[in-house]
Ligand binder design. Structure first.
Ligand SMILES: C[S@@+](CC[C@H](N)C(=O)[O-])C[C@H]1O[C@@H](n2cnc3c(N)ncnc32)[C@H](O)[C@@H]1O
Length: 206
């Protein structure tokens, strides 16, 4: 990790992902989480205030030390136990079938081998366990997609490898998840190429 990725990007992510418009989306993504939860791309803990009471333990996976440091205030203000157990969603240090639910918010865009990360989430989820997600990705409209393809190389450079064109629902089904709920929409207040959101719940089949 270079200086920008270590010392600058986590602060930018904390501000950009911390925008008010995301609060209701975090609430919706976290609704129904329960038991042992693995959260990939924990960032600066912006989901912590949104965890439902039924969550008993969160296993946080986040490569950026500064993100984890920025999360400390939110963690102190919460009664949910959260432990940072790993740095990479592509290789989760958790046993098979050990988590009830999983959470990913605006992270599948960035993990280099997203298919590997989704395989790992499936491995650690109990049969019938659910992945709760809100992610930006490939837009439903061709015109917006053209802009996304044009800007993706720049986005990847300035935003820590963030892709604009990942087809979120297809990635989930390719990884063997069944999609139980899916809402695809443009988030208000952001340019459409960045704001094509997929929010829902995917089930890891029995
Ligand atoms: C756009 S941020 C979203 C952060 C957080 N989920 C949120 O909603 O505020 C993407 C996060 O994914 C993390 N990340 C990057 N590569 C990762 C990997 N291989 N495994 C897990 N997380 C990763 C980044 O450090 C960053 O915190």
């Amino acid at each position: 990790m270079g200086i920008y990725a270590r010392h600058v990007l986590p602060r930018l992510v904390n501000v950009a992902c911390g925008m008010k418009a995301n609060l209701p989306l975090r609430d919706r993504a976290c609704a129904g989480l329960h038991g042992d939860v693995v959260e990939i791309g924990f960032g600066s803990g912006l989901n912590v205030p949104h965890y439902p009471e039924a969550v008993t333990q969160v296993w946080a996976v986040e490569p950026a030390d500064l993100g984890w440091k920025l999360a400390q205030g939110r963690l102190r203000a919460s009664s949910t136990p959260v432990e940072r157990i790993g740095l990479d969603g592509q290789s989760l240090p958790l046993p098979d079938d050990s988590c009830d639910t999983a959470l990913s918010t605006w992270t599948l865009c960035t993990i280099p081998d997203v298919a590997a990360a989704l395989r790992e989430v499936r491995r650690v989820l109990k049969p019938g366990g659910t992945l709760h997600f809100v992610e930006h990705g490939l837009a439903p409209d061709e015109e917006v997609r053209r802009t996304q393809h044009r800007l993706e190389p720049i986005q990847k450079r300035i935003a820590g490898g963030c892709h604009l064109t990942r087809p979120i629902a297809a990635l989930l089904t390719d990884a063997g998840f069944d999609i139980r709920e899916l809402d695809v929409f443009y988030e208000e207040g952001a340019p459409r190429f960045l704001a094509a959101e997929s929010l829902g719940i995917a089930v890891s089949p029995d």
